[in-house]
Each structure stands twice: as C-alpha cells, then as structure tokens.
Design a protein around this ligand. Structure first.
Ligand code: NAD
Ligand code: UFG
Length: 339
C-alpha cells in the first residue's frame, strides 16, 4: 500500500514526501515537472535514504493516470499538483481551470473506479476571498476570489464536497494552507521559483544573495500594525507534517473534513524583513511601492480546529523559517539548476 503524491517534486510536495518516507510510508510521486526539477528526487534520496517511485505524467491526462492506477496499489492520494501563480492565472484562466480542476476530476474518477477512498487536497486561504474578520475559521464564508487561481481552488472544494455526498465511503481532507515559507533543515530542498519570484520570502532571499537590488514592498497604507500586508507564515516542514496528521485522521473515516493550516499569528511584510535580517545578519534593502492589485490587508488562521481534531500544532516560528530559507538559498544560489 502506498500514498500517491501528485506534485510531489514541488515545494510543499517534496517536504511532505520526505516526512512520509521518514515515517515509513511508501510513496509514489506523479509530477510533470511543469514547475519542478528532476534533481529534487536525488535530494529526497540524500535526505531520507529512500527512493520514492516516480512517474513523469500530467495528472489531467486520464490515460496516463489510468495506467498508474492499474499498476499500483494506492491507499490514499495527496493532491498537490496544480499551477499556483496568481498573476499567470489572470492571463491564462483556461489553463488554470483545465490544469487544476481537470487534474482533480481525473483523480476522482480513477479513485472511484479503483475504490481508493482517501484523499488529502491542497487548498488555500485564498478561498476566503476578502476576509470579513481575522482570524479566519473553517466555517467562515468562502468566495469572492479575486483571481482565477483562487477560483480553481474553490471550484475543486465544491467538486470534492459533491463527490463526498455521492460517495459516503469517501474520506477527504481539504487543507487550506496559509503562507508556506522556510525549507528543510538540511538545506537540500526548498522553494525554487522560475524567474522573478511572486512571493515574499523567495524575493527576500534573492535580494539577500544579490540577485535583486532591493525588495519592493507592495503598499504601506494597509490597515495593519505598520501599514504593510499581514499574513500567516507557516514553516513548510510544519505544513508537511500537517499532511501526515490529515492521513491519520482519514483512518477514522470522517467523511469530508476541512482544516486551516497556519500558525494563528499574523506577521507584516516589514516584520518578516526584520526577522530575516536578525536571523541571518544580512541587510535587506527595500523600497515602498504601490499596492499589488488583489492584495488584502491581512489574513491569519484560526488554528484550534486543526489542533483539537488533528493534534496539529506548529513547532517552528518565522525566525526558524528565515534561517532555513536562507540556508537553502545560500547553499543553492541557482536553486536546483546548479549542475
Ligand atoms: P509547486 O509549483 O512547487 O508544486 C506543484 C507541483 O505540481 C510542481 O512540481 C509541478 O510541476 C506539479 N504539477 C502542476 N501541474 C501538474 C499536472 N497537471 N500534472 C502533474 N504535475 C503537475 O507548488 P507548491 O507551493 O508546492 O504548492 C503545492 C500545492 O499547494 C498547489 O496545489 C498550490 O496551489 C497549493 N498551495 C500553495 C501555496 C503556496 O503559497 N505555496 C498556498 C496555498 C496552496
Ligand atoms: N509582498 C511584497 N513584495 C513582494 C512580494 C510580496 O511586499 O515582492 C507582500 C504582499 O503584498 C503581501 C505579502 O507580501 O502583503 C505576502 O505576499 P505573497 O505573494 O508572498 O503571498 P500572498 O498572501 O499574496 O499569496 C500566497 C500565495 C497564494 C495563496 C495565498 C494563501 O501566493 O497562492 O498565499 O494565503 F493563495
């Protein structure tokens, strides 16, 4: 019996695969490398001394996925595969819909045929749209997504809810991630964005390594502690562990369940910059710019449900994450592309 991990060579997927292998699970990864590199597989081996099975395939390709489901004995699926750039989704909404919703439909169909009833799905805090209040609770209103990427996550959540209604034997954990940062403490795996990073932490580390002259801080007139945007930054190693907690929960056959995975603490852009500077003793020059369209003032998670029902509690704070992100970036100045 193995866990099928779609998108398992990506940022969050690779950290989760390491935790799964370290905890004795057998893992089968499916990834098309649209946003990751084969080198990740070597790094996973170096860290864990175990090699997951790997298939290079597109999860929205029904025939390719059907072959994998025929060959393998799959106990549960963790579905990370998806495109995640907010800006790109605005330019290419159909691509995002086909890739993200399309791949989820293929998986559900094959899970139904092969009677695989356990699924963990990567959703996002973006489904809450513009928050009415913080912290955000799982039963708060969703919708009003400001971009097609967010809409695909919400569409998939609805698809999963309908699937669960039609299949009482199905056990599905929807995990709504807040903002993952950090990297594995080995410095061997981490976030490796293509081109100019969209997200804050990889931008900071690229400034630190000298690839970019300064950080652009998008707005200083938000209704927050210092005017810059506030988010809930969760260490990716903690986030990965949340998936193992969710798999355990599914053994109790809970039907469909939804959990926020965050720390419950908000941090502003400037607070994160200062934490990085302190943790690594590196100055991060920054320039205050216009707001980025679609950004919200603040969001952070209400985390008591995940704690009470999954036993999930974060171990690492933003200082740990800043230190680990920098270790990854400084050991791998060009990400996985150094060979
Ligand atoms: P990532 O891009 O690093 O990983 C996604 C992986 O999926 C990549 O390896 C990519 O090659 C693969 N992939 C994409 N489409 C595929 C397809 N059709 N078939 C096969 N492989 C495919 O992203 P990540 O940060 O690790 O995010 C993982 C999941 O978590 C995504 O679904 C993302 O939307 C979600 N999420 C991420 C964040 C974040 O800030 N990183 C926040 C909330 C939710
Ligand atoms: N920011 C900057 N400069 C940058 C990048 C970001 O000031 O160069 C600011 C943003 O304005 C925001 C904060 O840093 O206030 C965080 O921005 P990110 O782009 O890192 O993260 P977001 O909260 O915008 O979005 C992320 C993922 C989404 C996901 C969401 C879930 O990119 O896919 O978290 O909360 F849906």
């Amino acid at each position: 019996m193995a866990i099928l991990v779609t998108g398992g060579t990506g940022y969050i997927g690779s950290h989760t695969v390491v935790d799964l292998l370290d905890n004795g699970y057998d893992v089968i990864i499916v990834d098309n490398f649209s946003n990751s590199k084969p080198e990740v597989l070597n790094r996973i081996y170096t860290i864990t001394n175990r090699r997951p099975k790997f298939y290079r395939a597109d999860v929205s390709d029904y025939e390719a996925m059907a072959e994998i489901f025929e060959k393998e004995y799959i106990e549960a699926v963790i579905h990370f595969a998806g495109l995640k750039s907010v800006a790109e989704s605005v330019e290419k909404p159909e691509l995002y819909f086909d890739n993200n919703v399309g791949s989820s439909k293929v998986l559900l169909k094959l899970m139904e045929i092969h009677r695989v009833s356990n699924l963990v799905f990567s959703s996002s805090a973006t489904v809450y749209g513009v928050p009415q209040h913080v912290p955000l609770k799982e039963d708060d209103q969703v919708g009003g997504c400001t971009n097609p990427y967010g809409q695909t996550k919400l569409d998939i959540e609805y698809l999963l809810k309908d699937f669960a209604k039609a299949h009482p034997e199905a056990n599905i954990a929807i995990l709504r991630y807040f903002n993952p940062i950090g990297a594995h403490q080995s410095g061997l795996i981490g976030e490796d964005p293509n081109g100019i990073p969209n997200n804050l932490m990889p931008y900071i580390t690229q400034v630190a390594i000298g690839k970019r002259p300064h950080l652009n801080v998008y707005g200083s007139d938000y209704k927050t502690i210092d005017g810059t945007g506030v988010r809930d930054y969760i260490h990716v190693v903690d986030l990965a562990r949340g998936h193992l907690c969710a798999l355990k929960k599914l053994e109790e056959k809970p039907g469909l369940v939804i959990y926020n995975l965050g720390t419950g603490k908000g941090t502003s852009v400037l607070q994160l910059v200062h934490a990085f500077e302190q943790a690594n003793n590196i100055k991060i020059p920054y320039v205050i710019c216009e707001r980025r369209p679609g950004d919200i003032d603040e969001n952070y998670a209400e985390v008591s449900k995940a704690y009470e029902q999954l036993g999930f509690k974060t171990k690492y704070d933003i200082v740990d994450a800043c230190r680990d992100s920098w270790r990854w970036q400084s050991n791998n100045p060009n990400g996985y592309d150094q060979y």
